[in-house]
Write a protein that binds this ligand. Structure first.
Ligand SMILES: Cc1cc2nc3c(=O)[nH]c(=O)nc-3n(C[C@H](O)[C@H](O)[C@H](O)COP(=O)(O)OP(=O)(O)OC[C@H]3O[C@@H](n4cnc5c(N)ncnc54)[C@H](O)[C@@H]3O)c2cc1C
Length: 298
């Protein structure tokens, strides 16, 4: 097996084009498991670890002050937790649940997207925040794919064979975000089900992301429109009021209805649906309480 080690983004793209048999490797926390279990035998590994651009993040100002975070695909979870919890609270919460400290130091969001597992923890907060995945090939240049269009099947994505993931563009949070994950224990666990929500008070919208309860990570568009519509029509965005329990429950039911879970070793379809409705209700309540707290403090 060849080991390709480009030191610039241009060289990495050239190598990707020249060696279709090469598997990119970032933190290696998925790739090395596959190699060790002989699930993959690539002709080459394309190590992205020396491409400095992939390990950087920047925040562009943006008219409203919030701006957009451009998160290099090779930024590990540990740095998101340490450096970006204020701008990307949902992704930081999800990052804290990934594996163990060792995995969080090595593992990257680009790698989570590359694997595109329905259980990947980065996906629900990226969906809820309306993130966009920036991919690039030597032949066709850059394309930007909304997270909601990135996942195309179980462990499949819209990434073409000659493309690499350059970065993830995530709007900095304009309101509270939450991430909930159900597993069989508190750490080192693949999600049985997971849910992310984001309140976007700037545009009076609600974002959602469902994990481990459908062939791909997905949003719950009807639940989003329902909650945003109810908050608007009841004048709640401008009130000091609590989120009515009936509204949070109805939101949870709509989130659960958007899932299409399966029975497997980790959990039953019925449990996944039920747990989603509970997580979505709680996440909405917590996010709303945070929204009101922040408004009082402002
Ligand atoms: C013990 C253990 C616990 C884990 N726990 C969790 C968990 O709790 N939650 C969770 O979500 N995951 C978990 N994982 C899985 C893994 O850590 C994550 O999916 C992680 O995000 C992978 O990132 P990586 O940088 O290590 O990816 P790699 O293993 O380097 O790559 C993963 C895939 O992405 C591709 N890839 C990587 N970078 C790029 C790029 N820039 N462009 C194109 N393709 C690219 C690779 O070719 C490969 O197909 C765990 C893994 C282990 C071993």
């Amino acid at each position: 097996m060849d080991f390709l080690q480009p030191t610039s983004w241009a060289d990495a793209l050239a190598a990707r084009a020249e060696r279709p048999d090469a598997v990119p490797i970032a933190g290696g926390t998925d790739v090395m498991v596959d190699l060790n279990f002989d699930r993959r035998r690539p002709g080459a590994l394309l190590d992205l670890g020396r491409v400095a651009e992939l390990r950087e993040w920047t925040v562009d100002g943006g008219a409203g002050g919030g701006g957009t975070v451009r998160l290099g695909a090779g930024v590990p979870y540990a740095r998101i937790i340490d450096d970006l919890a204020a701008q990307l609270p949902g992704l930081a919460m999800a990052s804290r649940t990934v594996g163990s400290p060792q995995i969080r130091v090595r593992g990257t969001v680009g790698g989570n997207l590359g694997s595109a597992s329905p259980a990947g923890d980065a996906h629900p907060p990226l969906l809820a925040a309306d993130a966009v995945i920036e991919v690039e090939s030597a032949a066709r240049g850059t394309r930007r794919i909304p997270a909601s269009e990135f996942y195309t099947g179980v462990k499949r994505s819209a990434l073409a064979g000659d493309e690499l993931i350059a970065a993830i563009l995530v709007p900095a949070a304009a309101g509270p975000q939450q991430y909930c994950k159900v597993g069989t224990r508190n750490a080192m666990v693949i999600a049985v089900s997971a849910f992310a929500c984001a309140l976007h008070p700037d545009r009076r919208a609600v974002g959602t992301g469902i994990g481990s309860a459908a062939p791909t990570p997905r949003r719950a568009p009807e639940a989003e429109a329902f909650l945003a519509g109810e908050l608007e029509s009841a004048g709640l965005w401008d009130s000091r009021g609590e989120l009515p329990d009936t509204l949070a429950r109805a939101f949870g039911e709509r989130v659960a209805a958007a899932a299409s879970p399966i029975d497997d070793v980790r959990g039953s379809a019925a449990y996944r649906r039920h747990s989603l409705s509970v997580m979505a209700r709680r996440a909405a309540m917590w996010a709303w309480a945070q929204y009101q707290h922040d408004r009082k403090a402002a």
